[in-house]
Design a binder for this molecule. Structure first.
Ligand code: C2E
Ligand code: MG
Ligand code: MG
Ligand code: MG
Length: 302
């Protein structure tokens, strides 16, 4: 076809044929642009951490928050992580960016905890390539410098981050875990052997992926299987003393079903979208101060 060009490139001394269509070429150009954005963002301090509350379903109290990075580009506006984290990972820029995110996140914790009435944890996403031998010391130093107790920091990892060199990863994560920092297994259930990872790595919290939350309220054969998976995860969590967070709760019905299935914590647009730092502080203060007014989650009690 006219829109397909055959392209030969030298690779490891061997000729390889690549087929490019316009879609793929555009994607490559987009990746390049994102790489440039990340480089410039690091140099100019364009990254911002938004924070989304994590709520105890029984009473609607905020127990923590997830730090979600955005790139505030002066011309392009706010760019979401789904668009630039993959580019950062491919180019290795995720290492400097990851350190930037970690240091900024830990620096924020004291104010966040104070606004929330003292008890609070901040959950920070960690890419697989950030799991290096220097990570434990780096984290220890960050906590010390900022006077932050390790119990107020959680690191979210995806199964894919645990795939390569599992032994080495496990050794590093165990050292981090020994500091008192907790780990959450992100997007739980989307990988092919999620249950296995809970056994092999120092996992403290399971975050049930939002694709499951979404299906909890469906009335289909598939939905029944999803409910079975969630029920199994709840049982597993109880047995192992793990925290369980339902991701992506948007609808009241999803909330109700999560509670019915025994989920203890939740996160999602029903409670709040990710918020800029100051807006989160305001929400946390109001939430910690609210004694009489029923938050959305309080319906579970009545
Ligand atoms: P994640 O860690 O699974 O984060 C949850 C994502 O779900 C966030 O998207 C959040 O805004 C979105 N979300 C929360 N509640 C709802 C809901 O009720 N409905 C829907 N539809 N979505 C909801 P976001 O902020 O765009 O982040 C996307 C992904 O980018 C994250 O998925 C995480 O894997 C990655 N990411 C974000 N921040 C960082 C970071 O600082 N470092 C690294 N390495 N990755 C990050
Ligand atoms: Mg996450
Ligand atoms: Mg997630
Ligand atoms: Mg996700």
């Amino acid at each position: 076809a006219a829109d397909i060009a055959l392209y030969r490139a030298k690779n490891d001394g061997r000729d390889r044929a690549y087929t490019f269509d316009h879609g793929l070429a555009a994607e490559v150009a987009q990746r390049r642009a994102r790489e440039t954005d990340v480089r410039q963002g690091i140099a100019h301090g364009w990254f911002e951490l938004f924070i989304q509350p994590i709520v105890r379903l029984a009473d609607g109290r905020i127990v923590g928050g997830e730090a979600l990075v955005r790139l505030r580009h002066p011309e392009k506006g706010l760019i979401s992580p789904g668009e630039f984290i993959p580019a950062a990972e491919e180019t290795g820029l995720i290492r400097p960016l990851g350190r930037l995110i970690l240091s900024e996140a830990v620096r924020k914790i004291p104010a966040l905890a104070a606004a929330n009435g003292g008890s609070f944890y901040l959950s920070v996403n960690l890419s697989g390539s950030q799991v290096t031998d220097t990570l434990p010391e780096y984290l220890e130093q960050l906590l010390t410098e900022n006077g932050v107790p390790a119990s107020q920091l959680v690191l979210e990892i995806m199964e894919t981050a645990l795939l390569d060199d599992a032994e080495k990863v496990n050794r590093i994560l165990s050292r981090v875990s020994a500091l008192g920092i907790r780990f959450a297994l992100d997007d739980f259930g989307t990988g092919f052997s999620s249950l296995n990872y809970v056994n092999r790595f120092p996992v403290d919290i399971i975050k049930i992926d939002r694709s499951f939350t979404r299906r909890l309220t469906e009335d289909s054969h598939e939905a029944a299987r999803v409910r079975a998976l969630v029920t199994t995860s709840v049982t597993l969590g109880r047995e192992l003393g793990l925290g369980l967070v339902a991701e992506g709760i948007e609808q009241a019905a999803e909330f109700d079903r999560s509670v019915e299935l025994g989920m203890e914590y939740g996160q999602g647009y029903l409670f709040s979208p990710p918020l800029p730092h100051d807006a989160f502080l305001e929400l946390a203060r109001a939430n910690a101060g609210a004694r009489t007014e029923a938050p959305p989650a309080a319906r579970a009690m009545s």
